[in-house]
Ligand binder design. Structure first.
Ligand code: PMP
Length: 330
């Protein structure tokens, strides 16, 4: 092999190469297969990258800084770990750890890295080793890795975004079940994001195979009309979102009427408020949809109410849902 075949090529204009660990601040410790390992030692053979990801499932969890950095609170850890197992079950892979072991692993890796600030946690499970079969067999043994990185909340700093209905249709339960948080499903949202940005919008809204509103590329969606919050049902081709469930509870707590029902595209155009819901997105207001302003284009009163309720619950200010919070032990 000549030198120029192993040298990474310079990207063409505007192209993005994957990050090298030296480009970003990475965690010092990863959790891998039952142990904390130093970042640099968490390697795989190059041939193990590829088809293994076809069957890989993952989670996205947030831990929040609380009490001026004295406490770090993981939000709804049990629900996220349960969903990882649900995704693996749907995708016919087997995670060789118990839910309790993975919950402890998340806390261990957060503590080892001595996080004080908001942190994102990504556990994932993928068939390990050299997979030559395109149809990864159900019996393939999975590795589990938990990566973490600093990820400050943008709950009150993110501006209302510009969203547009995508020409890409959300994958359906009978093809690529969106109820599973599988890496391979993200090609669908990826194409929609690329299209949205190419057309000058921030984020796509995907319709499902029945032409009704499903969700965003990495978040669920809800609208407000005449004081009622409406969100598509869990059978609309959406991920069973933890943030969506949280929002429905917090809104009900505040006495705001909520409806889970099919949503037509044109309801987006008549909505007084629209927001995305997700672990990373939190409660992100939509200011423009398909070029039409949503309300006056600014976050509306229900969006603001929900953002404040979400802030208070994830940071441990509000104590009425104690089972949602797991403190990282010192
Ligand atoms: N839908 C998709 C496709 C997602 O990737 C996410 C983010 N996990 C969500 C919805 C929101 O889910 P959650 O609130 O559990 O983060």
């Amino acid at each position: 092999m000549s030198d120029d075949t192993i040298e990474p090529r310079e990207p063409v204009d505007g192209a993005i190469r994957g990050l090298a660990a030296s480009d970003v601040a990475t965690a010092r410790w990863l959790w891998r297969n039952g142990q904390l390992v130093p970042w640099d030692e968490a390697t795989v053979h190059i041939t193990a990258v590829g088809h293994s990801s076809v069957a890989a499932v993952f989670e996205g969890i947030k831990a929040y800084r609380a009490a001026g950095g004295q406490r770090l609170l993981v939000f709804r850890l049990d629900e996220h770990v349960d969903r990882l197992f649900a995704s693996a079950r749907i995708c016919r892979t087997r995670i060789p750890y118990s839910a309790g072991e993975l919950r402890d692993a998340v806390l261990d890796v957060l503590r080892a890295n001595e996080y004080r600030d908001d942190t994102y946690i990504r556990p994932w499970a993928f068939p390990s080793g050299l997979i030559r079969e395109q149809m990864v067999p159900a019996a393939a043994v999975c590795e589990v890795v938990i990566d973490t990185w600093s990820f400050a909340s943008q709950l009150f700093t993110a501006k209302a975004c510009r969203a547009a209905v995508s020409s890409w249709v959300r994958v359906g339960d009978s093809a690529m079940p969106p109820r599973a948080k599988a890496f391979s499903n993200y090609h669908n949202g990826r194409l929609a994001v690329i299209e949205a940005k190419a057309n000058g919008h921030d984020w796509p809204i995907l319709l499902n195979d029945r032409h009704q509103v499903s969700e965003g590329a990495g978040a669920c969606i809800a609208l407000v009309r005449r004081g009622t919050v409406v969100t598509p049902p869990l059978t609309a081709g959406v991920l069973e979102s933890v943030t969506r469930a949280t929002a429905l509870t917090l809104l009900a707590d505040a006495g705001v009427p909520v409806e889970e029902r099919t949503v037509d595209r044109t309801e987006l155009y008549l909505a007084d408020e629209i927001f995305f819901l997700g672990t990373a997105w939190e409660v992100l207001p939509v200011g423009v949809v398909d070029g039409l302003p949503v309300g006056d284009g600014e976050p509306g009163p229900v969006t603001r109410l929900l953002q404040h309720a979400y802030h208070d619950v994830v940071r441990g200010v509000r104590l009425d849902h104690p089972d949602w919070i797991t403190e990282v032990p010192r």
